[in-house]
Design a protein around this ligand. Structure first.
Ligand SMILES: [Zn+2]
Length: 56
């Protein structure tokens, strides 16, 4: 019997950052921040993705 998990296990990077959008504290990220790009919390990231025009 295989032990399969439906949620893919990502490596979360623990830390203490601040969301560049709303100022919320971010304690873990699914990627290693490079220190140059602004970081966004899950909500802001989602909004940015939604607001991004696709057809231009
Ligand atoms: Zn935010």
């Amino acid at each position: 019997m295989e032990n399969r998990d439906f949620s893919p296990r990502r490596e979360m990077v623990k830390g203490n950052w601040t969301c560049a959008g709303c100022g919320a504290s971010i304690t873990e990220l699914p990627f290693e921040p490079d220190g140059e790009r602004p970081l966004y919390c899950r909500d802001c990231h989602r909004q940015r993705m939604a607001n991004r025009p696709r057809r231009f």
